[in-house]
Design a protein around this ligand. Structure first.
Ligand code: 5GP
Length: 204
């Protein structure tokens, strides 16, 4: 069995990270989702503890102070962070932990965890990205413009990632990510002792 690892998924707002990661989680029970902490207000239908842990700025700052976050960043107009304990506990159990975070957070993780895998989700075109932001109708016009502008900035960081996946059709993006995971699980360095795994197989 391969050891657990971090799977970092980034991409501009509107690239479809949420939809794609939800579809991956539904199909792959071995992957666990890391629920982030945020100071942003919840959108209709979002559940605290499920989509995010919605906290006040003071609560967020306290978590930073106590070193409870693996990474954190100010994204668009709010703070976001990854609770550390959950991630470590799951990796210890051998799970693949999916982090849906922005490029600033991904760069922090990259410095600390060499074994993490970084995937950048891109939209088929920037026009399509804008259409998706408008269509989902969850942000004000000003927020949409901020997110659209930030998308160009985020694209500059694609070179820091291991893989890129184009999210034109969700099913195809999911298959691409599943293929990446399948290959990563077969990396020799993720297995402590392949020889004894093989010998054990033969005895049974
Ligand atoms: P949204 O407000 O649309 O849910 O997320 C806005 C951005 O924040 C997205 O790019 C999302 O990936 C990012 N984000 C969500 N959680 C985290 C986190 O824990 N850390 C960081 N650095 N970014 C996050």
């Amino acid at each position: 069995m391969s050891a657990g690892f971090l799977l970092v998924l980034s991409g501009p707002s509107g690239s479809g990270k949420g939809t794609v990661s939800e579809a991956i989680m539904k199909k792959n029970k071995e992957i666990v989702y890391s629920t982030s902490v945020t100071t942003r207000r919840s959108r209709p239908g979002e559940v605290s503890g499920q989509n995010y842990f919605f906290v006040s700025k003071e609560e967020f700052e306290e978590m930073v102070e106590k070193d409870e976050l693996l990474e954190h960043a100010f994204v668009h107009t709010n703070y976001y962070g990854t609770p550390k304990k959950f991630v470590f506990d799951e990796i210890e159990k051998g799970e693949i932990v999916l982090l849906e975070i922005d490029v600033q957070g991904a760069l922090q993780i990259k410095k600390k965890y060499k074994e993490a895998i970084f995937i950048f989700l891109i939209p088929p075109t920037m026009e399509e990205l804008k259409n998706r932001l408008i269509k989902r109708d969850t942000e004000t016009e000003e927020e949409i413009n901020t997110r659209y502008k930030n998308a160009f900035r985020e694209l500059n960081f694609v070179g820091e990632y291991d893989y890129f996946v184009v999210n034109d059709k969700v099913d195809e993006a999911v298959t691409d990510i599943e293929n990446i995971i399948a290959a990563e699980k077969l990396r020799v360095k993720r297995h402590k002792d392949i020889k004894s795994e093989v010998l054990k197989e033969k005895r049974n």
